[in-house]
Ligand binder design. Structure first.
Ligand SMILES: [Fe+2]
Length: 226
């Protein structure tokens, strides 16, 4: 099999002749790609899907390492939500929904601060920790992109509100799953202060989710009649 180097936009990747044919049929604006342990077919497929892959593989040697990584991923997720919510406030029509998004924006800013606090203390306690900055959350990036599409595609106000609630609840459920896991990991690791902070955030995410469910019960019939 013949292999060739392909400029992926962020570096070169190796592609076999089959992958190369497909990759070279893409437009000039090729999405960035990061390759790690993936096979060349995986890399070629990722280019075609417009996805990013990792240049370098992580090596999570223990629970603490993957816990720290997950904290950084959630820091990225929360920062993405802080940037997305103002537009959701503006595009929501129902006043209660606008207020729910607005108050959750303020809560989310606190969620960012809590994660920064936990990561900061983690670095102070363990000098081998190099970075405590956000690690791009691919899932939240996709969820926010879907929300942006929905805002454009749902022109009726009730339908858009129903869709915004659905989008926000997908975000909440992702966060609830992530914070539930991180709280449990923090407890196992003896990080009691972190576990309490993560629990506070988890409770607030759950409350936001329940509030959205109650607003949806009122709004959905209007969206149905639109
Ligand atoms: Fe949050």
């Amino acid at each position: 099999m013949r292999f060739s180097q392909v400029d992926s936009g962020r570096g070169c990747i190796l592609a076999c002749s089959a992958c190369l044919d497909r990759v070279q049929s893409l437009p000039d604006h090729m999405p960035p790609i990061r390759a790690s342990q993936a096979s060349h077919h995986d890399v070629g497929d990722a280019v075609l899907r417009g996805e990013e892959m990792k240049w370098l593989s992580e090596d999570f040697k223990n629970l603490r390492a993957i816990y720290c990584h997950q904290l950084r991923v959630m820091l990225s997720a929360e920062e993405l939500i802080v940037r997305a919510l103002p537009n959701m406030v503006v595009r929501a029509t129902d006043e209660q929904l606008r207020q729910a998004f607005q108050s959750h924006l303020q809560e989310t800013e606190v969620h960012v601060q809590r994660l920064e606090q936990i990561l900061g203390e983690h670095k102070r306690a363990d000098h081998s920790v190099i970075s405590t900055g956000p690690e791009k959350c691919k899932a939240m990036t996709a969820l926010v992109a879907e929300t942006d599409d929905l805002i454009i595609d749902a022109r009726d106000a009730w339908v858009r509100d129903a869709g915004l609630i659905a989008a926000a609840q997908r975000v909440e459920h992702y966060e609830i799953a992530s914070y539930g896991t991180m709280r449990q990991w923090a407890r196992v690791l003896g990080e009691n202060t972190a576990a309490e902070l993560l629990d506070k955030t988890l409770q607030e995410e759950g409350h936001a989710d329940h509030l959205l469910s109650s607003i949806a019960e009122r709004i959905n019939p209007y969206a149905k009649a639109a």
